[in-house]
Design a protein around this ligand. Structure first.
Ligand code: AMP
Ligand code: MG
Length: 412
């Protein structure tokens, strides 16, 4: 801690990351496992493909029967059957005959090539073939994608759509994976009303619980928006006690600074061990973090101003949720960019300035948006990046090279 009672951003993040770890794996359906980290190696229990099959709609033939086929000297073969995808019939192609076959249908015994429909007249009783198909033509061989017993995915893989698709292709309907962290989000403040409710005197809509639940979802969590809790310690504690049952993390906003009615500060110590720190950053100086309830659930008490709450989420909560998910990297990507516009930053604090990043011919330019006021949610919504100004820097001139942290979507 410095002489002015502030702790560094890295120190606060260090406290958080020391206290959180990847969640234990569960048996999840594929739908639930999407976006999660696989906790087992996946071995194919059958070859992929499971049987020789046709790669085209066409005719299964013996290649020797069509060896001489050309435009000028077509070969005509009787068609003795039809094999559709999913066909369970047992077929054999005798010399001098052929079978009409569809893509994905099992290759009949005797056939060693498929003549694509496009090389023929498409006949049903007999077919005129105008091009020779060599042995193996348009056949997908058993096991050519993954032989029986291949490890097709390893533990630690982050499961996107294609990986989940592969799990289905090898016949799995459930897998061991680390679940998404369940994040309970609530807003403190007796001035808050639900969005959509007409405002009375002194009231404002609760923006933070919507902002933070959606941010938690974008970070890979399952988020529950509990909504508003008034500045009453009893109500806050009762709500937390009700909610802890479904929480891997709790995120509140508001009530962590030094004012009267700062409800989190008043109440949370009764159900856990929570630190209240002043972190050397702007926005987001007052921060609470600790472990609460019977299961020592990570608790993040973020400041109430929406920009402070969001920046605090990005800097502290998102990395923690990614750590719980078990994915790497836990941090947002950063780029070096040319600053279009000047920035100032208080001495000794790391400033996260809202900005719009664009890229032109591989060069990044980042333009600060809005003022530094942490209530300015309208300008926050226009930003796709945060410019990170180091603690020692107090002024940056336009044209300087800066570090910009990329936010979700609308990236350059
Ligand atoms: P606090 O940290 O509770 O002192 O709140 C700081 C400022 O943020 C006050 O102006 C609050 O009205 C505002 N604020 C707190 N929570 C919210 C919220 N959920 N949505 C919008 N503004 C909020
Ligand atoms: Mg408040």
């Amino acid at each position: 801690m410095s002489a002015d009672g502030l702790i560094g951003v890295e120190e606060h993040l260090g406290h958080i990351l020391d206290a959180v770890s990847p969640l234990s794996a569960l048996d999840l359906t594929l739908q639930d496992a999407h976006g999660c980290v696989l906790a087992e190696d996946i071995t194919s229990a059958f070859p992929l493909p499971p049987f020789d099959n046709s790669a085209m709609d066409g005719y299964a033939v013996r290649s020797s029967d069509v060896a001489g086929a050309t435009e000028a000297t077509p070969v005509t073969l009787p068609v003795v059957g039809d094999i559709a995808a999913g066909s369970t019939g047992v077929y054999t192609v005798q010399a001098g005959l052929c079978v009409r076959i569809m893509t994905g249908a099992p290759l009949p015994a005797g056939a060693d090539a498929v003549v694509p429909l496009e090389w023929t007249d498409g006949g049903v009783a007999q077919v005129v073939i105008r091009r020779a198909a060599p042995a193996g033509n348009s056949i997908r061989r058993l096991g050519e994608d993954a032989p029986l017993g291949t490890t097709v995915l390893t533990a630690g893989t982050h499961l996107g759509a294609t990986q989940v698709g592969l799990l289905a292709a090898v016949g799995r309907d459930r897998v061991a994976a680390r679940p998404r962290p369940r994040v309970v989000v609530l807003s403190t403040g007796s001035e808050l009303v639900d969005p959509g409710t007409p405002l009375g005197p002194g009231q404002i809509p609760d923006a933070n619980s919507t902002l933070l639940t959606t941010a938690a979802r974008e970070a890979g969590g399952t988020a529950f928006r509990v909504g508003i809790v008034p500045d009453d310690p009893r109500v806050l504690l009762d709500t937390l006690e009700d909610q802890l049952i479904r929480a891997d993390a709790v995120v509140t906003s508001g009530g962590v600074s030094v004012g009267a009615y700062d409800v989190v500060k008043e109440a949370i110590g009764r159900i856990g061990k929570v630190r209240f720190d002043r972190v050397a950053m702007q926005p987001g100086m007052p921060q609470a973090f600790g472990l609460i309830g019977p299961d020592s659930t990570p608790f993040f008490g973020l400041p109430g101003n929406p920009v402070s709450a969001y920046v605090s989420f990005e800097v502290f909560v998102r990395p923690a949720l990614r750590r719980m998910l078990g994915v790497e990297p836990i941090n947002r990507p950063t780029v070096r960019a040319r600053l279009a516009g000047a920035l100032t930053s208080p001495p000794g604090k790391r400033t996260f300035a809202r900005a719009m990043l664009s890229v032109d011919s591989g060069t990044y330019t980042v333009t600060p948006i809005g003022g530094s006021g942490s209530h300015l949610i309208a300008s926050l919504a226009g930003a796709n990046a945060l410019v990170v100004v180091p603690e020692k820097t107090t002024e940056i001139e336009s044209g300087a090279t800066v570090t910009a942290m990329l936010l979700e979507r609308r990236q350059a």
